[in-house]
Design a protein around this ligand. Structure first.
Ligand code: GRF
Length: 200
């Protein structure tokens, strides 16, 4: 199976996925990085790893629909069977989601449905929660909403700063996300309504 990762920023999850593919922990090919930001650090990570990059500028399209149509065409051309969103700072439209139904996975740095949106770690920290965590889920038409594949709790300790909590969350992300993608590639994730069953 060919995988595409979508990212707009640092790309530490991209790097974790690339390394899991390299070590054959994920039995698939990381065929494409889709990136909407030419200055993103993930760009150089992909180039160094020798992974093809599809850099696409939203501003050169008249609307979101045509922007997404161009991405879909590129994904079909590359025969992509799994899309992993890893810090892609755009919400995919319903047509895109439909085109890859139950084939798009996202990672969110909080325990959904708490702390949705672009600042999950900082929002949880500011709220004063004692436990937060990481969620990997299928993507549907709504933001941070689709069926949950796996979650792992991360305690917020008394001496934690936002930076130390971020580091703890990312450590869990880099282990959990490759694991979830591996299960998907192996055909072991069955979606039943809002439930995802992991088969043997
Ligand atoms: C991660 O915290 C992920 O959960 C969120 O965006 C962040 C991306 O970080 N969706 P990176 O670019 O993978 O380092």
């Amino acid at each position: 199976m060919n995988i595409a990762v979508f990212a707009s920023g640092t790309g530490s999850n991209f790097a974790a996925i690339a390394s899991a593919v390299r070590r054959k922990q994920i039995p698939a090919k990381l065929a494409l990085l889709v990136c909407d930001n030419p200055r993103a650090k993930v760009m150089s990570k992909a180039k160094r790893a020798g992974i093809e990059v599809f850099l696409i500028d939203r501003d050169s399209f008249k609307d979101k629909r045509s922007f997404e149509k161009a991405i879909i065409a590129r994904l079909k051309q590359a025969r992509i069977g799994c899309i992993a969103l890893a810090g892609f700072m755009r919400i995919l439209g319903p047509e895109f989601v439909r085109a890859f139904k139950n084939r798009i996975i996202n990672i969110h740095p909080a325990l959904l449905p708490a702390f949705k949106g672009g600042h999950g770690i900082a929002d949880a920290f500011a709220y004063g929660v004692k436990v937060t965590g990481v969620t990997v889920h299928f993507v549907d038409e709504h933001m941070d909403h689709g069926p949950i594949i796996m979650q792992e709790a991360v305690p917020v300790r008394e001496h934690d700063t936002l930076a130390s909590l971020e580091a703890a969350i990312h450590r869990v992300e880099h282990r959990l996300y490759p694991h979830a993608i591996r299960l998907f590639v192996q055909g072991r994730l069955k979606v039943r309504g809002r439930n995802v069953v992991i088969t043997k």
